[in-house]
Design a protein around this ligand. Structure first.
Ligand code: CA
Length: 433
Protein backbone atom coordinates (compact mmCIF):
# COMPACT_ATOMS: atom_id res chain seq x y z
CA UNK A 1 0.00 0.00 0.00
CA UNK A 2 1.38 3.41 -0.87
CA UNK A 3 1.41 6.43 1.44
CA UNK A 4 -1.71 8.60 1.37
CA UNK A 5 -1.84 9.92 -2.16
CA UNK A 6 -2.96 13.41 -2.99
CA UNK A 7 -6.45 12.08 -3.80
CA UNK A 8 -7.17 12.05 -0.03
CA UNK A 9 -5.72 15.53 0.64
CA UNK A 10 -8.22 17.35 2.88
CA UNK A 11 -7.77 20.57 0.92
CA UNK A 12 -9.17 19.14 -2.33
CA UNK A 13 -12.52 20.56 -3.43
CA UNK A 14 -14.80 19.46 -6.22
CA UNK A 15 -16.46 21.80 -8.67
CA UNK A 16 -19.64 19.88 -7.89
CA UNK A 17 -21.47 20.96 -4.73
CA UNK A 18 -20.68 18.77 -1.71
CA UNK A 19 -22.42 19.61 1.57
CA UNK A 20 -20.32 19.94 4.71
CA UNK A 21 -20.27 16.60 6.49
CA UNK A 22 -21.26 14.65 3.35
CA UNK A 23 -20.28 10.99 3.24
CA UNK A 24 -19.10 11.47 -0.33
CA UNK A 25 -16.62 14.32 -0.75
CA UNK A 26 -13.99 14.15 -3.51
CA UNK A 27 -11.65 12.36 -1.06
CA UNK A 28 -13.99 9.32 -0.99
CA UNK A 29 -15.08 8.38 -4.56
CA UNK A 30 -16.73 5.02 -3.73
CA UNK A 31 -17.88 2.64 -6.48
CA UNK A 32 -21.35 1.19 -6.95
CA UNK A 33 -23.75 -0.06 -9.62
CA UNK A 34 -26.93 1.87 -10.36
CA UNK A 35 -29.88 2.16 -12.69
CA UNK A 36 -31.95 5.23 -13.42
CA UNK A 37 -34.45 6.27 -16.05
CA UNK A 38 -32.93 5.41 -19.42
CA UNK A 39 -29.81 3.88 -17.91
CA UNK A 40 -29.36 0.12 -17.65
CA UNK A 41 -27.16 -1.22 -14.80
CA UNK A 42 -23.87 0.61 -14.90
CA UNK A 43 -20.95 1.55 -12.69
CA UNK A 44 -21.17 4.81 -10.82
CA UNK A 45 -19.08 6.82 -8.40
CA UNK A 46 -20.74 8.83 -5.62
CA UNK A 47 -19.79 12.50 -5.32
CA UNK A 48 -21.84 14.75 -3.05
CA UNK A 49 -25.50 14.34 -3.99
CA UNK A 50 -24.63 12.97 -7.45
CA UNK A 51 -23.63 9.75 -9.13
CA UNK A 52 -20.96 10.01 -11.81
CA UNK A 53 -21.89 7.68 -14.69
CA UNK A 54 -18.70 5.72 -15.47
CA UNK A 55 -20.17 4.11 -18.61
CA UNK A 56 -20.57 7.55 -20.17
CA UNK A 57 -17.16 8.59 -18.90
CA UNK A 58 -15.58 5.69 -20.76
CA UNK A 59 -17.78 6.30 -23.82
CA UNK A 60 -16.56 9.89 -24.00
CA UNK A 61 -12.94 8.75 -23.89
CA UNK A 62 -12.17 10.53 -20.61
CA UNK A 63 -10.37 7.49 -19.19
CA UNK A 64 -8.79 6.14 -22.41
CA UNK A 65 -5.16 6.57 -21.40
CA UNK A 66 -5.52 5.30 -17.83
CA UNK A 67 -8.08 2.48 -17.87
CA UNK A 68 -9.49 -0.09 -20.27
CA UNK A 69 -12.92 1.40 -21.18
CA UNK A 70 -14.64 -2.00 -21.01
CA UNK A 71 -13.81 -2.23 -17.30
CA UNK A 72 -16.14 0.74 -16.75
CA UNK A 73 -18.77 -0.38 -19.25
CA UNK A 74 -19.61 -3.66 -17.56
CA UNK A 75 -22.90 -3.96 -15.62
CA UNK A 76 -21.01 -5.17 -12.53
CA UNK A 77 -17.71 -4.30 -10.87
CA UNK A 78 -16.12 -7.76 -11.27
CA UNK A 79 -13.96 -6.93 -14.34
CA UNK A 80 -12.63 -3.79 -12.64
CA UNK A 81 -12.03 -5.76 -9.44
CA UNK A 82 -10.06 -8.34 -11.44
CA UNK A 83 -7.89 -5.65 -13.01
CA UNK A 84 -5.87 -5.00 -9.85
CA UNK A 85 -4.45 -2.18 -7.82
CA UNK A 86 -2.36 -0.45 -10.48
CA UNK A 87 -5.48 0.00 -12.59
CA UNK A 88 -7.59 1.06 -9.58
CA UNK A 89 -5.05 3.71 -8.61
CA UNK A 90 -4.79 5.13 -12.13
CA UNK A 91 -8.57 5.30 -12.41
CA UNK A 92 -8.95 6.94 -9.00
CA UNK A 93 -6.41 9.60 -9.91
CA UNK A 94 -8.25 10.33 -13.15
CA UNK A 95 -11.65 10.53 -11.44
CA UNK A 96 -10.21 12.84 -8.81
CA UNK A 97 -8.71 15.07 -11.50
CA UNK A 98 -11.95 15.22 -13.52
CA UNK A 99 -13.94 16.19 -10.42
CA UNK A 100 -11.43 18.59 -8.91
CA UNK A 101 -12.07 22.33 -9.00
CA UNK A 102 -8.52 22.90 -10.24
CA UNK A 103 -8.23 19.71 -12.34
CA UNK A 104 -8.97 18.37 -15.83
CA UNK A 105 -11.79 20.55 -17.24
CA UNK A 106 -13.21 18.10 -19.78
CA UNK A 107 -15.99 16.78 -17.56
CA UNK A 108 -16.79 20.17 -16.07
CA UNK A 109 -17.21 21.64 -19.54
CA UNK A 110 -19.37 18.74 -20.80
CA UNK A 111 -23.15 18.36 -20.74
CA UNK A 112 -23.85 17.48 -17.06
CA UNK A 113 -27.05 15.54 -17.78
CA UNK A 114 -25.04 12.98 -19.75
CA UNK A 115 -22.56 12.24 -16.96
CA UNK A 116 -24.35 12.99 -13.69
CA UNK A 117 -27.46 11.55 -12.07
CA UNK A 118 -28.94 12.78 -8.78
CA UNK A 119 -28.30 10.14 -6.14
CA UNK A 120 -31.95 10.46 -5.15
CA UNK A 121 -32.93 9.33 -8.68
CA UNK A 122 -30.53 6.37 -8.79
CA UNK A 123 -31.55 2.85 -7.78
CA UNK A 124 -28.59 1.03 -6.31
CA UNK A 125 -27.82 -2.66 -6.78
CA UNK A 126 -25.44 -5.23 -5.30
CA UNK A 127 -22.42 -3.93 -7.20
CA UNK A 128 -20.65 -7.22 -7.91
CA UNK A 129 -21.47 -10.83 -8.49
CA UNK A 130 -20.46 -12.40 -5.18
CA UNK A 131 -19.01 -15.83 -5.89
CA UNK A 132 -18.19 -16.72 -2.33
CA UNK A 133 -19.18 -15.16 0.96
CA UNK A 134 -17.35 -15.72 4.22
CA UNK A 135 -18.40 -14.43 7.62
CA UNK A 136 -15.80 -14.15 10.35
CA UNK A 137 -16.24 -13.85 14.10
CA UNK A 138 -13.42 -11.45 14.86
CA UNK A 139 -14.59 -9.22 17.73
CA UNK A 140 -13.36 -10.61 21.02
CA UNK A 141 -16.16 -8.84 22.91
CA UNK A 142 -18.85 -10.31 20.64
CA UNK A 143 -17.38 -13.82 20.70
CA UNK A 144 -17.14 -13.67 24.49
CA UNK A 145 -20.72 -12.40 24.90
CA UNK A 146 -22.18 -15.03 22.54
CA UNK A 147 -20.16 -17.75 24.25
CA UNK A 148 -21.65 -16.71 27.60
CA UNK A 149 -25.20 -16.68 26.22
CA UNK A 150 -25.08 -19.89 24.10
CA UNK A 151 -22.74 -21.94 26.30
CA UNK A 152 -23.23 -20.65 29.85
CA UNK A 153 -21.57 -23.70 31.39
CA UNK A 154 -18.38 -23.61 29.31
CA UNK A 155 -15.49 -21.20 28.68
CA UNK A 156 -16.86 -18.19 26.79
CA UNK A 157 -13.96 -18.15 24.34
CA UNK A 158 -12.94 -21.45 22.75
CA UNK A 159 -9.19 -22.32 22.81
CA UNK A 160 -8.67 -21.69 19.06
CA UNK A 161 -10.15 -18.18 19.07
CA UNK A 162 -6.94 -16.24 19.82
CA UNK A 163 -4.94 -18.35 17.34
CA UNK A 164 -7.01 -18.01 14.18
CA UNK A 165 -9.80 -15.84 12.75
CA UNK A 166 -12.79 -18.14 13.16
CA UNK A 167 -15.23 -17.99 10.24
CA UNK A 168 -17.68 -19.95 8.13
CA UNK A 169 -18.70 -20.05 4.47
CA UNK A 170 -22.04 -18.29 4.08
CA UNK A 171 -24.61 -18.00 1.33
CA UNK A 172 -23.67 -15.51 -1.41
CA UNK A 173 -27.00 -15.84 -3.26
CA UNK A 174 -28.95 -14.16 -0.46
CA UNK A 175 -26.76 -11.07 -0.28
CA UNK A 176 -29.04 -8.09 -0.89
CA UNK A 177 -28.51 -4.36 -1.18
CA UNK A 178 -29.61 -1.47 1.04
CA UNK A 179 -33.38 -1.09 1.21
CA UNK A 180 -34.29 -4.68 0.36
CA UNK A 181 -37.06 -5.93 2.71
CA UNK A 182 -36.17 -8.86 4.95
CA UNK A 183 -38.84 -11.50 5.30
CA UNK A 184 -39.01 -13.09 8.72
CA UNK A 185 -37.70 -16.65 8.26
CA UNK A 186 -39.23 -19.92 9.35
CA UNK A 187 -37.30 -22.81 10.76
CA UNK A 188 -36.92 -25.30 13.54
CA UNK A 189 -36.77 -23.88 17.01
CA UNK A 190 -36.82 -25.62 20.32
CA UNK A 191 -37.72 -24.18 23.67
CA UNK A 192 -35.40 -25.34 26.47
CA UNK A 193 -38.38 -26.75 28.35
CA UNK A 194 -39.94 -28.56 25.36
CA UNK A 195 -39.02 -32.17 24.58
CA UNK A 196 -39.07 -31.65 20.79
CA UNK A 197 -38.48 -28.85 18.30
CA UNK A 198 -41.29 -27.24 16.32
CA UNK A 199 -41.37 -25.55 12.92
CA UNK A 200 -42.47 -21.94 12.75
CA UNK A 201 -41.51 -18.33 12.27
CA UNK A 202 -38.48 -17.02 14.09
CA UNK A 203 -39.34 -15.14 17.26
CA UNK A 204 -35.80 -14.01 17.91
CA UNK A 205 -34.87 -12.12 14.79
CA UNK A 206 -31.68 -10.11 15.22
CA UNK A 207 -29.13 -7.96 13.42
CA UNK A 208 -25.36 -8.20 13.25
CA UNK A 209 -23.46 -4.96 12.62
CA UNK A 210 -20.43 -5.82 10.51
CA UNK A 211 -18.01 -4.46 7.93
CA UNK A 212 -17.13 -6.51 4.87
CA UNK A 213 -14.27 -6.34 2.39
CA UNK A 214 -14.60 -6.98 -1.35
CA UNK A 215 -11.76 -8.81 -3.08
CA UNK A 216 -9.79 -7.91 -6.17
CA UNK A 217 -7.81 -10.28 -8.43
CA UNK A 218 -7.58 -13.16 -5.96
CA UNK A 219 -5.43 -16.25 -6.07
CA UNK A 220 -5.07 -19.48 -8.00
CA UNK A 221 -5.91 -22.83 -6.46
CA UNK A 222 -3.18 -23.94 -4.10
CA UNK A 223 -1.48 -20.52 -3.90
CA UNK A 224 -2.26 -18.73 -0.63
CA UNK A 225 -2.33 -14.92 -0.39
CA UNK A 226 0.36 -13.72 2.01
CA UNK A 227 -0.31 -10.93 4.49
CA UNK A 228 2.23 -8.81 2.61
CA UNK A 229 0.14 -9.07 -0.58
CA UNK A 230 -3.26 -8.45 0.99
CA UNK A 231 -3.54 -4.87 -0.27
CA UNK A 232 -3.24 -6.14 -3.86
CA UNK A 233 -6.36 -8.24 -3.30
CA UNK A 234 -8.64 -6.05 -1.17
CA UNK A 235 -10.52 -3.42 -3.16
CA UNK A 236 -12.60 -1.80 -0.43
CA UNK A 237 -15.14 -2.06 2.36
CA UNK A 238 -18.93 -1.99 2.76
CA UNK A 239 -21.34 -2.04 5.70
CA UNK A 240 -22.90 -5.47 6.33
CA UNK A 241 -25.98 -6.48 8.29
CA UNK A 242 -25.84 -10.23 8.88
CA UNK A 243 -29.48 -10.82 9.83
CA UNK A 244 -29.69 -13.69 12.31
CA UNK A 245 -32.56 -15.82 13.64
CA UNK A 246 -31.30 -16.61 17.12
CA UNK A 247 -33.85 -19.30 17.93
CA UNK A 248 -33.15 -21.20 14.69
CA UNK A 249 -29.41 -20.67 15.19
CA UNK A 250 -29.39 -21.87 18.81
CA UNK A 251 -31.00 -25.21 17.90
CA UNK A 252 -29.17 -25.98 14.64
CA UNK A 253 -25.64 -24.64 15.07
CA UNK A 254 -24.19 -27.39 17.22
CA UNK A 255 -21.94 -29.16 16.38
CA UNK A 256 -21.30 -27.72 12.88
CA UNK A 257 -22.06 -24.01 12.91
CA UNK A 258 -24.31 -21.44 11.24
CA UNK A 259 -26.75 -22.58 8.56
CA UNK A 260 -30.43 -21.55 8.11
CA UNK A 261 -30.31 -19.17 11.07
CA UNK A 262 -28.09 -16.94 8.93
CA UNK A 263 -28.67 -17.73 5.25
CA UNK A 264 -32.05 -16.02 4.68
CA UNK A 265 -30.60 -12.53 4.11
CA UNK A 266 -27.37 -10.53 4.38
CA UNK A 267 -27.63 -6.83 3.54
CA UNK A 268 -24.79 -4.65 2.26
CA UNK A 269 -24.41 -0.92 1.66
CA UNK A 270 -24.28 -0.08 -2.06
CA UNK A 271 -21.05 1.97 -2.17
CA UNK A 272 -17.67 0.24 -1.88
CA UNK A 273 -15.28 2.62 -0.14
CA UNK A 274 -11.80 1.86 -1.44
CA UNK A 275 -8.71 1.16 0.65
CA UNK A 276 -7.16 4.26 -0.92
CA UNK A 277 -9.94 6.47 0.44
CA UNK A 278 -9.60 4.79 3.84
CA UNK A 279 -5.82 5.24 4.00
CA UNK A 280 -5.96 8.38 6.24
CA UNK A 281 -7.94 6.33 8.77
CA UNK A 282 -5.68 3.29 8.79
CA UNK A 283 -4.19 2.61 12.22
CA UNK A 284 -2.50 -0.02 14.36
CA UNK A 285 -4.90 -2.63 15.67
CA UNK A 286 -5.10 -3.98 19.22
CA UNK A 287 -2.29 -6.02 20.72
CA UNK A 288 -2.67 -9.71 19.88
CA UNK A 289 -1.72 -12.08 22.66
CA UNK A 290 -0.44 -14.74 22.10
CA UNK A 291 1.51 -13.52 19.08
CA UNK A 292 -0.11 -14.95 15.95
CA UNK A 293 1.65 -17.64 13.92
CA UNK A 294 4.07 -16.42 11.25
CA UNK A 295 1.59 -16.42 8.33
CA UNK A 296 -0.72 -14.09 10.29
CA UNK A 297 1.96 -11.53 11.18
CA UNK A 298 2.54 -8.21 9.44
CA UNK A 299 4.49 -5.05 10.17
CA UNK A 300 1.76 -2.94 8.57
CA UNK A 301 -1.15 -1.31 10.39
CA UNK A 302 -4.30 -3.08 9.28
CA UNK A 303 -7.04 -1.62 11.45
CA UNK A 304 -9.39 1.12 10.28
CA UNK A 305 -10.91 3.80 12.51
CA UNK A 306 -14.53 3.60 11.37
CA UNK A 307 -17.35 4.78 13.63
CA UNK A 308 -20.50 2.69 13.33
CA UNK A 309 -24.06 3.24 14.38
CA UNK A 310 -27.27 1.20 14.53
CA UNK A 311 -30.67 2.92 14.32
CA UNK A 312 -34.10 1.41 14.82
CA UNK A 313 -37.51 2.71 13.78
CA UNK A 314 -40.63 0.69 14.55
CA UNK A 315 -43.80 0.79 12.47
CA UNK A 316 -45.50 2.80 15.20
CA UNK A 317 -42.65 5.33 15.27
CA UNK A 318 -42.83 5.63 11.49
CA UNK A 319 -46.59 6.17 11.68
CA UNK A 320 -46.26 8.99 14.17
CA UNK A 321 -43.30 10.59 12.41
CA UNK A 322 -40.81 9.72 15.16
CA UNK A 323 -37.26 9.60 13.81
CA UNK A 324 -35.22 6.39 14.12
CA UNK A 325 -33.40 6.07 17.45
CA UNK A 326 -29.77 5.12 17.90
CA UNK A 327 -29.51 1.82 19.74
CA UNK A 328 -25.75 1.27 19.41
CA UNK A 329 -22.60 3.16 18.51
CA UNK A 330 -19.27 1.40 18.24
CA UNK A 331 -15.99 1.34 16.32
CA UNK A 332 -14.31 -1.01 13.87
CA UNK A 333 -10.84 -0.02 15.10
CA UNK A 334 -10.67 -2.52 17.96
CA UNK A 335 -11.46 -5.69 15.99
CA UNK A 336 -9.07 -8.39 17.17
CA UNK A 337 -8.45 -9.97 13.74
CA UNK A 338 -7.93 -7.60 10.80
CA UNK A 339 -8.86 -7.82 7.13
CA UNK A 340 -5.38 -8.87 5.96
CA UNK A 341 -5.24 -11.66 8.52
CA UNK A 342 -8.71 -12.78 7.50
CA UNK A 343 -7.72 -12.99 3.83
CA UNK A 344 -4.40 -14.69 4.56
CA UNK A 345 -6.11 -17.22 6.79
CA UNK A 346 -8.99 -17.90 4.38
CA UNK A 347 -6.50 -18.78 1.62
CA UNK A 348 -3.84 -20.42 3.81
CA UNK A 349 -4.96 -23.88 2.70
CA UNK A 350 -4.83 -22.89 -0.97
CA UNK A 351 -8.55 -22.14 -1.28
CA UNK A 352 -9.43 -19.77 -4.13
CA UNK A 353 -10.61 -16.18 -3.76
CA UNK A 354 -12.12 -14.57 -6.87
CA UNK A 355 -12.86 -10.95 -7.83
CA UNK A 356 -15.96 -9.79 -5.98
CA UNK A 357 -15.92 -12.23 -3.08
CA UNK A 358 -17.23 -10.79 0.18
CA UNK A 359 -15.58 -11.34 3.55
CA UNK A 360 -17.55 -9.98 6.50
CA UNK A 361 -15.86 -9.16 9.78
CA UNK A 362 -18.24 -10.70 12.26
CA UNK A 363 -20.36 -8.65 14.64
CA UNK A 364 -18.55 -5.55 15.87
CA UNK A 365 -19.02 -5.05 19.61
CA UNK A 366 -17.26 -2.95 22.22
CA UNK A 367 -17.14 -3.57 25.95
CA UNK A 368 -19.06 -0.49 27.17
CA UNK A 369 -22.88 -0.53 27.41
CA UNK A 370 -24.51 0.51 24.15
CA UNK A 371 -21.53 -0.45 21.97
CA UNK A 372 -22.71 -3.96 21.00
CA UNK A 373 -23.56 -4.80 17.39
CA UNK A 374 -26.48 -7.17 17.99
CA UNK A 375 -29.73 -7.17 19.94
CA UNK A 376 -28.88 -10.44 21.64
CA UNK A 377 -25.99 -8.63 23.32
CA UNK A 378 -27.71 -5.25 23.80
CA UNK A 379 -30.70 -6.93 25.52
CA UNK A 380 -28.78 -9.93 26.88
CA UNK A 381 -30.87 -12.50 25.03
CA UNK A 382 -34.03 -10.45 25.45
CA UNK A 383 -33.79 -10.29 29.24
CA UNK A 384 -33.29 -6.50 29.27
CA UNK A 385 -35.40 -5.11 26.42
CA UNK A 386 -34.59 -1.77 24.83
CA UNK A 387 -36.89 1.05 25.90
CA UNK A 388 -38.11 2.93 22.84
CA UNK A 389 -40.05 6.18 22.36
CA UNK A 390 -43.81 5.96 22.88
CA UNK A 391 -43.46 3.22 25.45
CA UNK A 392 -42.49 0.37 23.11
CA UNK A 393 -39.84 -2.18 24.07
CA UNK A 394 -37.75 -4.58 21.99
CA UNK A 395 -35.89 -7.74 22.90
CA UNK A 396 -35.69 -8.80 19.25
CA UNK A 397 -37.12 -7.39 16.01
CA UNK A 398 -40.85 -7.17 15.29
CA UNK A 399 -42.48 -7.06 11.85
CA UNK A 400 -42.33 -3.53 10.48
CA UNK A 401 -39.13 -2.64 12.35
CA UNK A 402 -36.52 -0.95 10.18
CA UNK A 403 -32.81 -1.14 10.99
CA UNK A 404 -30.29 1.30 9.54
CA UNK A 405 -26.54 0.85 9.85
CA UNK A 406 -24.28 3.85 9.29
CA UNK A 407 -20.49 4.18 9.14
CA UNK A 408 -18.06 7.05 8.77
CA UNK A 409 -14.45 8.08 9.37
CA UNK A 410 -13.21 11.39 10.72
CA UNK A 411 -10.04 12.72 12.30
CA UNK A 412 -8.29 16.09 12.49
CA UNK A 413 -6.45 16.92 9.30
CA UNK A 414 -8.52 14.62 7.08
CA UNK A 415 -11.79 15.14 5.24
CA UNK A 416 -14.63 13.15 6.77
CA UNK A 417 -15.83 10.28 4.55
CA UNK A 418 -18.70 7.85 5.02
CA UNK A 419 -20.20 4.61 3.79
CA UNK A 420 -23.77 5.84 3.38
CA UNK A 421 -26.13 3.38 5.00
CA UNK A 422 -27.69 -0.04 4.77
CA UNK A 423 -31.37 -0.33 5.69
CA UNK A 424 -33.70 -3.27 5.97
CA UNK A 425 -37.31 -3.53 7.10
CA UNK A 426 -38.74 -6.73 8.56
CA UNK A 427 -41.70 -8.15 6.66
CA UNK A 428 -44.17 -10.70 7.97
CA UNK A 429 -43.56 -14.22 6.68
CA UNK A 430 -45.35 -15.28 3.52
CA UNK A 431 -48.78 -16.77 4.04
CA UNK A 432 -49.20 -15.76 7.65
CA UNK A 433 -52.76 -14.82 8.59
CA1 CA B 1 -22.15 -12.68 11.56
Amino acid sequence: MTAPSDTTDARLESWLPVAAGSDFPIQNLPFGVFTSEGRLPRIGVAIGESVLDCFELAEAGFVDDCCEPELLQAPLLNPLLAAGREQWTALRERLSSLLRADGDRRLRDANPSRFLVARADATMHVPMEVGDYVDFYSSIEHATNLGRIFRPDADALLPNWRWLPVGYHGRSSTIVVDGTPVRRPCGQRKLPTAPNPEFGTSRRLDIELEMGFVTGPGNRLGEPIAMADASEHIFGLVLVNDWSARDIQAWEYQPLGPFLGKSFATSISPWIVTLEALEPFRIEGPLQEPQPLEYLRSGDPWAYAITLEVRLQTARMRGSGTAPVRISQTTFRDMYWNVAQQLAHATANGAVTRPGDLFASGTISGSAPGTQGSLIELTWNGEHPLQLPEGETRGFLEDGDEITLLGWCERPGARRIGFGSVRGRIEAPQGRV
